[in-house]
Write a protein that binds this ligand. Structure first.
Ligand SMILES: Nc1ncnc2c1ncn2[C@@H]1O[C@H](COP(=O)(O)OP(=O)(O)OP(=O)(O)O)[C@@H](O)[C@H]1O
Ligand SMILES: [Mg+2]
Length: 214
């Protein structure tokens, strides 16, 4: 993406520590004098947050969204988020750190949910084009460990979190496959590391891939 800022995404399954790492990175990068915009998907703008509610906590009358309908809503939300927040922020020189982005749709709706690669690639081309992230940090953690963390957090599971272990195993493998297929953009981090150690590893990946920003 052109512009002075940077666009970094954090990816991985449920409860692997994405949001915790996002907050640590914001603090560390702000300490270097950078302007950081911390945001998340689905969501990040009022319209995308409305779609988030429909996707993650659908009214009972909706039942389950078919995987393709779910993917379409994610991309509608993503387009709003890109146009109204991510792209303008990067153009203004900010570093955008986004908690989940397109790789989550690939891992969940495609790898785990069975939506065809062609459909996802078409949506990606239409809705994101070349405005995607330059760097993606993929947090990898065995399912048992992330389940443990989720339990400790004790909020009610949403429509996606409550899907079975098979689904979430496919999500995990989906992220690893994406990282393998996109080595120039993706760095896999061991999410079992303690939060401060993980944050150091993430900062070091940022410095190596994007050039040290101080
Ligand atoms: N590196 C870590 N080591 C141990 N526990 C962690 C680590 N990072 C986060 N946690 C804890 O694990 C739980 C999940 O963390 P967090 O909410 O950051 O994960 P997440 O990937 O954002 O989850 P979700 O996908 O549900 O948004 C929290 O209770 C958090 O305090
Ligand atoms: Mg989170």
């Amino acid at each position: 993406m052109s512009g002075l800022g940077r666009f970094i995404t954090l990816e991985g399954g449920e409860g692997v520590g994405k949001s915790t790492l996002a907050r640590a990175l914001k603090e560390a990068l702000e300490a270097r004098g950078l302007k950081i915009v911390l945001t998340r998907e689905p969501g990040g703008t009022p319209g995308a947050e409305e779609l988030r509610r429909l996707i993650l906590t659908p009214p009972e009358s909706v039942g389950q969204w078919p995987p393709l309908a779910e993917a379409l809503m994610f991309y509608a939300a993503r387009r709003d988020h890109l146009e109204k927040l991510i792209t303008p922020s990067v153009r203004s020189g900010a570093w955008v750190i986004c908690d989940r982005f397109s790789d989550s749709t690939r891992a969940y709706q495609m790898a785990a949910g069975g939506v065809g690669r062609d459909s996802i690639e078409a949506l990606e081309r239409i809705c994101v084009g070349d405005a995607g992230p330059e760097l993606t940090l993929v947090l990898d953690l065995p399912l048992a460990a992330s389940r443990q963390r989720m339990k400790a957090r004790s909020t009610k599971d949403d429509a996606i979190e409550s899907r079975g272990a098979d689904y979430h195993e496919r999500v995990r493998q989906g992220f690893l496959d994406i990282a393998k297929a996109n080595p120039h953009r993706c760095v896999v981090l061991d999410a079992s590391l303690a939060p401060d150690v993980l944050a150091k590893a993430a900062l070091s990946a940022i410095d190596t891939r994007l050039g040290v920003a101080r």
